[in-house]
Design a protein around this ligand. Sequence first.
Ligand code: FAD
Length: 469
Amino acid sequence: MVCWAFSNEKKTMNSKRVKNLNEGIDSHGSIVYWMNRDQRVKDNYALLYSQKLAKENKTQLAVFFHFPQNNPKLNRYQLNFLILGLKEIEKDLKILKISFSVLIGNDEIVIPQFLDEVDAGQLITDFSPLREDRIRVKKVLNKINFAFYQVDTHNIVPVWEASNKQEYAARTIRPKINKLLPAYLVEPRQLEIHPIPPVKRQMPIHWNELINKIGIDISNTKKTEFLPGEQAGLDQLRFFIDHHLTKYNSKRNNPNSNYQSNLSPYLHFGQLSALRVALSILESNIEEEKQEVFLEQVIIRKELADNFCYYNEKYDDFEGFPAWAKKSLDAHREDEREYIYTLEMLEEAKTHDPLWNAAQQEMKFNGKMHGYMRMYWAKKILEWSFSPEIALKHAIALNNKYEIDGNDPNGYTGIAWSIGGVHDRPWFERPVFGLVRYMSYNGCKSKFAINDYINKNSCISESNGSVKN
Ligand code: FAD
């Protein structure tokens, strides 16, 4: 661990955001930040830390983003969102005299090559608990001998500080996070114009060439309600606070009303920091209780999801479920399923349940399913699959393929909650689900006007353009 203060107070607490990944030496080359999960210039502690090192070493600061060679996890809507965000970063970093590059190709080849080209002396990256990100970091770690640091700038309380183990539930992580929050919920410093400009003149990035190499055509990407980028994320936050926060508690679980914050695309791509969200909510004039309901989601639930994926390497596997849920689901393996659907039938929204089909359509054609329906959607996949393993596989595949915020710890955890009782408690025994909490069509009917939801989402069709193709 290294010590450095990111904000104006509580030095020792904030220094704990940084992890030294190797015993590599701090050599005298340039400082390089590998931007991965946190794709923003403002409120980015990894970037701030990089600039601090660069200033201390009186050297230039280079930032890069890397696309693995084949990135089947991105649909064109997600790619478009990401690319437009990166274009904004290129512009903003240029003003700050910090170079920005986008690489594509085998990480073990192109990243070390780039580090060589810019004469890197120290490398910094941000933090993601997901397997593929951890593998990439490890691969690069094996290729370099200078210092490599990781900064958790995604969580308000760094994941390794909030807890040193997998937490059982929100109730067990909440007191730990709340105790540390006063030290972390503080206004961060911001980047300055870098005093040592890049040695070579920065050439503009050839975006079209890059997109061709990625091989996903984003030219006719369907327009949705979410504009990509850091500024758009801040605008969405402002809009939510000014217009929807007061009614968030009473209306967020009604899929017919758009009272969720819609911040997940920005948080997922790191275009907006959870810290900025929390600070802005606390600065608003809204009553404290109303603030708290939202902060519970964006701090406790979100950071609990990172905790799950960080400490449970089987976060996307039946084996990662709690023992009581595994035992109970095992005991119900042979139960008769009234309906069984293949992945294709689910994907095409061809089930007997119009409410489920509507939710699938909403995700497939709008790129974001309402939060309440996500629970129902995943639980029904368990009910209609041969086994919990198949249900888990199908839910993850569809979620990551179509949700704009897919392939996120929140998604893996939400699915594991729905299908495997993660962070939940045993409920009443019933077929197929065992003790895992059940949700029913009639339960939804009693909570909101399901026909309005069905009608709204059944009208969306191929002609509106899927987010995938
Ligand atoms: P808001 O209600 O406005 O919440 C604000 C923020 O709080 C969210 O953006 C998110 O960061 C956090 N948050 C809210 N609910 C949760 C939760 N249950 N768990 C963790 N964090 C939460 N979230 C994703 O970001 N990506 C996913 O792929 C994803 N898939 C899910 C799949 C299932 C089956 C379930 C049950 C949940 C999933 N979630 C996922 C969590 C949650 O549904 C979404 O974060 C939320 O609906 C996003 O919309 P919003 O930003 O408008 O939410």
